[in-house]
Ligand binder design. Structure first.
Ligand SMILES: Cc1cc2nc3c(=O)[nH]c(=O)nc-3n(C[C@H](O)[C@H](O)[C@H](O)COP(=O)(O)OP(=O)(O)OC[C@H]3O[C@@H](n4cnc5c(N)ncnc54)[C@H](O)[C@@H]3O)c2cc1C
Length: 386
């Protein structure tokens, strides 16, 4: 049992009870059909969890990020896939921290009521990759509108979201003072944009993640939908990415515990050569090792969340939490699959599905190498490599 499993027990118990009504058969059916878990997301929304971070004055429950991480952790720990719903948690921060009062009043109560979803964020572009400063999508101001042209890739959950946070250049890279200058953030209302300059194409992928290529062809966005000041968008997005990393870390912790618990149970039950396989130290040790890694990563998750909630710098801790938790979950996934032997590959055990799902987090939302280079350069002061 995790040393922090008792943290926020009311939230933990309530989310756990909700998740228990969506068992393994549900997630297997959704995965096989490559469908979006509508019923699950609706249930989370109705219970108020999707509005966790929205302040009470706008109809939400005003929870801290630390508390919100417990929600995401319980989703993966129950055997579910939080990729369907985590977007709303971290996209919210951009609007909360940098949106105007008018924008908050217009959108937050509707999101809190479950009438609108803010699940999508378009940052990544095919030619820029991780090098966000090189994005080419351009928003040109024309009177009271911006006209947007360009393309995004891997814009997740856009088909199940009315709203999208969009990062676009408002100053072309060649004219920007610095590479990170000249980008702005917009709130795109898909209901107005679809068919009027916005098109999307789903990307079939390994993990039943609802994600898309998105094309902008003279899409008009009203000026009042710009979040914050023009040209400062990169900083706003970075701020939100810290929240995203901490939430994803918690999902990985949930995955890690799911794998460890499943592996330990199977190792106790499965008898080969006249003894439970878990009696063999060769089977025990990888599970014990994985458990320790998950527990250790969990400590960094709480540290990062506490810093974020205190409005203190947390870039290093958020990155470390995500990296350690994603690695720990992946090690636990391997131990769990190995412990299950051939049955680990059978869909009915859920291990192969969770194995695929947990692998994503070593690549997205930020890949391992980029985190290592952040720590090397910004924490250890090593020379900048790119
Ligand atoms: C399922 C899924 C959902 C996603 N959802 C979203 C979303 O909702 N919104 C969004 O904006 N993006 C999303 N992404 C994109 C994701 O954030 C990127 O895939 C990720 O950041 C890596 O970028 P890339 O794929 O362009 O890889 P690249 O930047 O092309 O990098 C490829 C590899 O090279 C390594 N690499 C690159 N440069 C260096 C360097 N200088 N030194 C060392 N190694 C380097 C990287 O670490 C990586 O392993 C999603 C991706 C996936 C797969």
């Amino acid at each position: 049992m995790s040393s922090h499993a008792a943290d926020h027990p009311e939230i933990r118990d309530a989310v756990r009870a909700l998740c228990a009504t969506f068992g393994s058969a549900y997630w297997q059916r959704i995965d096989e059909a490559r469908a979006y878990p509508e019923e699950f997301v609706d249930a989370l929304t109705r219970a108020g969890w999707m509005a966790a971070l929205i302040p009470e004055q706008y109809g939400g429950s005003g929870l801290s990020l630390a508390e919100a991480t417990v929600i995401m952790e319980e989703v993966t720990r129950s055997g579910g896939n939080a990729g369907c719903c985590h977007g709303q948690m971290y996209n919210m921060n951009t609007l909360l921290r940098h949106g105007s009062e008018a924008q908050k009043r217009k959108y937050l109560p509707q999101i809190a009521a479950g009438d609108l979803r803010l699940q999508a964020m378009g940052v990544t572009e095919p030619s820029a990759g991780t090098d966000t400063g090189s994005i080419k999508t351009l928003a040109v101001r024309k009177g009271d509108r911006y006209v947007v042209n360009g393309q995004k890739v891997w814009t997740s959950r856009l088909q199940h979201s009315e709203l999208m946070i969009l990062l676009a250049r408002t100053t072309p890279l060649a004219d920007a003072r610095k590479k990170t200058d000249g980008m702005s953030v917009f709130l795109v209302d898909k209901r107005e944009a679809l068919g009027r300059g916005l098109t999307m194409r789903p990307i079939r992928n390994m993990v039943n993640h609802e994600t898309n290529e998105v094309f902008f062809d003279n899409l008009e966005i009203p000026v009042e939908n710009r979040i914050g000041e023009e040209g400062h968008g990169f900083r706003y997005i970075l701020d939100g990415l810290n929240a995203e990393r901490i939430l994803i870390a918690a999902e990985c912790i949930g995955d890690g515990h799911w794998f460890v618990e499943r592996a330990a149970k199977y190792a106790k039950d499965r008898v080969v050569f006249g003894r439970p396989i878990g009696q063999n130290q060769g089977v025990q040790f990888p599970i014990a090792e994985a458990y320790m890694e998950v527990e250790a990563a969990d400590l960094m998750r709480w540290k990062a969340a506490a810093l974020y909630d205190a409005n203190k710098p947390c870039g290093a801790e958020a990155n470390m939490a995500k990296h350690l938790a994603a690695k720990a979950a992946w090690e636990a996934a391997n131990a769990c699959l190995q412990t299950h032997g051939g049955f680990g590959f059978a869909a009915e055990y859920d291990v192969e599905r969770k194995f695929r799902e947990s692998r994503l987090y070593l690549v997205a939302p930020i890949s391992t190498n980029l985190i290592l280079s952040y720590i090397a350069e910004h924490v250890l002061g090593l020379p900048r490599s790119f």
